[in-house]
Design a protein around this ligand. Structure first.
Ligand code: NAD
Length: 361
């Protein structure tokens, strides 16, 4: 029997290609995993009327750990995001996105080593939305006018932004515990409390209270717009960032940009019981089936998963091999070459093969 059973969701777009690359690399590291394959997304929706069948959730609940490729979310219409549904359905409240630069990656910055901790269940992503012109939207507009004297234009759509003490406390605690466990020195809470006093203001107030339980870790806060500028100008001043959902989403991409692009940025969604690992990037549909995109974000998400499973040795072997391949700069995909049309760029599977070769050396 395998030591670990993990639910594997290949996803769509470029998902299946990078998932295959990740599986091969993890298997080359010598770790014994039984992959339980479950599909989710548009194809499943067409056949079964739901993009996320209950059996996928059941598989993750049974195995406790999953790794998934990106899943396309149709814009404006169709089903709700599978990614958001998974995070909410399994209460994966912490999204952890390390942004670490590897020597040889194409970026203006060196020595970046940030960890972004994004709240995953609340904020504008809670999915409480009122469509323009709908009857309930009209009632909400009336209610708001009656209660606050504020007028909202009738042709408005409305999204609600809930931020709770409960949700904030556990994400900020998660960030501090993560900092402690990983020898980190500072946690920065990011918000817009000067404008949104009752949602972001609450986030900040709770963060300040939680910080008092961690006197060994430095705490500070930054307003999100200033944070973006600071990250571009002096990213080396920051360590662990903790953010509400929307800012966390945006700043994660900024972080990915600092280390050389989305192709290199891994991630994990973690709750008290379950964990789902996935790259920061989406399904990049225009590159689907072309064996073109960078498999590193997915492979490094696999490395995070191995550490979560206690397979430190296998995780280190893969990370060392990744470092070597990136530093050499030869067997890397187009996004890691000096120009995107560089004829020496290799494909997804060739880059994975180079990593496997380095592991086996
Ligand atoms: P995207 O991340 O898929 O792609 C944006 C661009 O980034 C690509 O066109 C490509 O140039 C580059 N890129 C992304 N991944 C890369 C890789 N591995 N290697 C090299 N270059 C890479 O973002 P998008 O176009 O905004 O989203 C496409 C779809 O993915 C949407 O339906 C979106 O909802 C979904 N999405 C899913 C997830 C997820 O599954 N967790 C996350 C984000 C977006």
């Amino acid at each position: 029997m395998s030591k670990h059973t993990v639910t594997l969701i290949p996803g769509d777009g470029v998902g299946p290609e990078i998932t295959e690359a990740m599986v091969k690399v993890i298997e080359a590291s010598g770790v014994d995993i039984n992959w339980e394959i479950e599909n989710a997304g548009e194809e499943v929706y067409k056949k079964e009327g739901t993009p996320l069948p209950e059996r996928v959730i059941e598989s993750i609940k049974k195995n406790k750990v999953a790794i998934k490729g990106p899943v396309t979310t149709p814009v404006g219409t169709g089903f709700r995001s599978v990614n958001v549904a998974l995070r909410q359905g399994l209460d994966l409240y912490a999204c952890v996105r390390p942004c670490k630069s590897y020597k040889g990656a194409r970026t203006k910055y060196e020595n970046i080593d940030l960890v972004i901790v994004r709240e995953n269940t609340e904020d504008l992503y809670a999915g409480i939305e009122f469509q323009k012109g709908a009857e309930e939207t009209g009632r909400l507009i009336e209610f708001i006018e009656k209660e606050t004297g504020r007028h909202i234009r009738e042709d408005s759509g409305i999204s609600i932004k809930p931020i709770s003490v409960y949700g904030t406390e556990r994400i900020v605690r998660f960030a501090f515990d993560y900092a402690r466990r990983n020898g980190r020195k500072k946690v920065t809470a990011v918000h817009k409390a000067n404008i949104m006093k009752y949602s972001d203001g609450l986030f900040l107030e709770v963060a300040r209270t939680v910080a008092q339980d961690y006197p060994d870790i430095e705490f500070e806060d930054k307003i999100v717009d200033n944070m973006c500028m600071q990250l571009v100008q002096k990213p080396e001043l920051y360590d662990v960032l903790v953010l509400p959902n929307l800012y966390g989403d945006i700043v994660s991409d900024l972080g990915a940009g600092l280390i050389g692009g989305l192709g290199l940025a891994p991630g994990a969604n973690i709750g008290d019981e379950y964990a789902v690992f996935e790259a920061t990037h989406g399904s990049a549909p225009k590159y689907r089936g072309l064996n073109k995109v960078n498999p590193l974000a997915m492979i490094l998400s696999g490395v995070m998963m191995l550490r979560y499973l206690g397979e430190e040795g296998a995780a280190n072997r893969i990370e060392e091999a990744v470092k070597e391949v990136v530093a050499e700069g030869r067997y890397v995909t187009y996004d890691m070459k000096p120009t995107p049309d560089d004829p020496t760029a290799v494909g997804t599977s060739e880059m994975a093969e180079a990593i496997i070769k380095s592991i086996n050396k």
